[in-house]
Design a binder for this molecule. Sequence first.
Ligand SMILES: C[S@@+](CC[C@H](N)C(=O)[O-])C[C@H]1O[C@@H](n2cnc3c(N)ncnc32)[C@H](O)[C@@H]1O
Length: 360
Amino acid sequence: MAPSNQTAVLRPPKKEGAEISSNPTGANGPPKRILEIAYAFWRSKALLSAVELGLFTMLAEGPQDLATLTRRTGIHERGARDFFDALVALGALRRDAQGRYGNDPEFDRYLDRRKPTYLGGLLEHLNVRHYHNWGLLTQALRTGAPPSDGVGNYKALHDGHPMQEIFLSGMTAGSLVAAQAIAAKFPWRKFSTVMDIGTAQGGAAVEIARAHPHLTGGGFDLPAVEPTFTRYVDEQGLSDRLRFHPGDFFSDPLPRADVLVMGRILHNWDLPTRKMLIAKAYRTVPPGGAIIVYDPLIDDNRSTDAHCLLSSLNMLIETSGGAEYTGADCEEWMRQAGFVEVNAEPLGDMHTAIVGYKTL
Ligand SMILES: C[S@@+](CC[C@H](N)C(=O)[O-])C[C@H]1O[C@@H](n2cnc3c(N)ncnc32)[C@H](O)[C@@H]1O
């Protein structure tokens, strides 16, 4: 049979020379990866809406049937069954023989608001900010400027902006795994004090201090962050060891401590600012002190870790000069500032820490 016009259009023209595809056999298979990537936001939004509706917190009380769950979440019955069953198919919920829904254990542990392991603050932040802002990616790519109102403008964010609370608690949730890994992996017994620079609620300082009762210190951030920091640290029972230090890292000296932590700070700013902050940290820590930087670092080959490269595009959307960078970049900036024994430490989530020491 002669090929129809439609078939001829769909068939790609034969290429001369080297094949660029990293999966040459895939060219003859179904467009699996294309469809997976293209539809990924459907899955993502279903999960974000489930958190927004408090679904996992409700189901943490025990299994519930369709009618009860529909009523308690306040959603319309037209989409309810498909919504809950889609979450079953995604592995977020389970459905028992009586048709009652329950949480998958992972989702129960991290998305029940009443548990101390709650990570939903991160998803709430993704839902209200990033999901909307990523719709503006093409515009950001065309202009090279942030199309959103940008969290890069921190002073405006903290000046009565309705997004401030959700941003700050989103930071705590987003740093939790990284902060616990830093608490576990770094040789804290050799040090007495820690200061978290750009601390937000103090999430990293809290995890480190909780794991190491001999440590004291606190967090440094813009003055408007103080009430949120104080409340969070108080709730965690650590206000006797962690104190808020108000200031602006562009104009003020950093508070002194044996170890300075800069978590998800450098990626917000351009290269001269990153180098300025590392140099300031070097002047601040005593001989024998250390700096710990963590960010979603791009792999040195800039090809394998899609999340971190996409995170760099998130900085394009959110800030006027920020971007992610590689571990090799950060190691070089630290050595230039004077730090020695600089090394990288993966943190078990999408973040990597770079640690450097000041010679005794
Ligand atoms: C992306 S958040 C990171 C929060 C936290 N370190 C973490 O990893 O979750 C950046 C933080 O830097 C703070 N910040 C921004 N500009 C600052 C400045 N000029 N001086 C001090 N802190 C600043 C912000 O208020 C915000 O809390």
